[in-house]
Design a protein around this ligand. Structure first.
Ligand SMILES: O=C(O)C(=O)C[C@H](O)[C@@H](O)CO
Length: 266
């Protein structure tokens, strides 16, 4: 069989925004539900959701029949973990808290086989090669792999030009929660100096010919960031959607301040 195409990587080169959703339930069942809803991509979160390599694998398998592309966020940029994730079939990898070009170059190396990098060869043991059904995987894998580095600190913003310029970095994703918190604003990305950092990072990334993405669950933020040039925007978080719907539904029957009455009898 042919090496599976990475439609997300190809779409990043086009101009229309790609709308994504954060998938935080860490189960294949919930991930599959999300994959049926029509978002362009979903962020399967290995950083803040309780995921491990096997749970991420299960979610990749669950969403494989659908058009929504799974972007997997690693808990950190360790080369050994990256090897396992790529072997499990991750095609698009996001790595949090990248602050220097040196870190970005190390991530590129971790995703490539020698002589271009340090990725170990799993061959027929791996889902990435479809257990050896894909011919010439070692020579061609890099064509369909996509690396997204997260810039989410003041240092990362300062080094954005050097990071975006690294060959093999396909896109930059801004983390507004960490960026604003690191700048002393406790998750409030609306602060002018945070907005300024976000805008500068988008402009710098685009100037280096790379795509830029961001998490923006509030509609006005999402629209502003796409106006500023963001190409892929996560406009929702599945866990928040469920909680908001549950709270709103209950509020139709009971005032929010009224305590829950737990009863085991009818
Ligand atoms: O800093 C950010 O913003 C992110 O990286 C996304 C958060 O980690 C996300 O988990 C918020 O729900």
């Amino acid at each position: 069989m042919d090496l599976p195409i990475n439609p997300f990587k190809a779409a990043l080169r086009r101009s229309e925004p790609l709308y994504g959703i954060w998938a935080g339930f860490a189960t294949p069942y919930a991930a599959e539900i999300i994959a049926t809803t029509g978002y362009d991509w979903m962020l399967v979160d290995g950083e803040h959701a309780p995921n491990t390599v096997p749970t991420l694998l299960g979610q990749l398998q669950a969403v494989a029949p659908y058009a929504t592309h799974p972007v997997v966020r690693a808990v950190h940029g360790d080369a050994v973990l990256i090897k396992q994730l790529l072997d499990a079939g991750v095609q698009t990898l996001m790595v949090p808290m990248v602050e220097t070009a040196e870190q970005a170059r190390a991530l590129v190396q971790a995703m490539r086989y020698p002589p271009y990098g340090i990725r170990g060869v799993g061959g027929g043991l791996t889902r990435a090669t479809r257990w050896d059904a894909v011919p010439d995987y070692i020579r061609t894998a890099h064509e369909q792999l996509c690396l997204i580095v997260q810039i989410e600190s003041r240092l990362g913003v300062e080094n954005a030009a050097e990071i975006a310029a690294v060959e093999g970095v396909d896109a930059v994703f801004i983390g507004p929660a960490d960026l604003s918190t690191g700048m002393g604003h406790a998750g409030d990305a609306s602060q002018p100096e945070v907005q300024d950092c976000i805008r500068r990072t988008i402009e710098t990334t685009l100037a280096h010919g790379k795509a830029c993405g961001i998490l923006a669950p509030r509609e006005e933020d999402a629209r502003r960031y796409t106006d500023w040039g963001c190409r892929f925007v996560a406009v929702a978080i599945d866990i928040s959607l469920m909680r908001q719907a549950a709270v709103a539904n209950l509020a139709r029957y009971r005032a929010p301040s009224q305590p829950a009455i737990v009863s085991t009898t009818y």
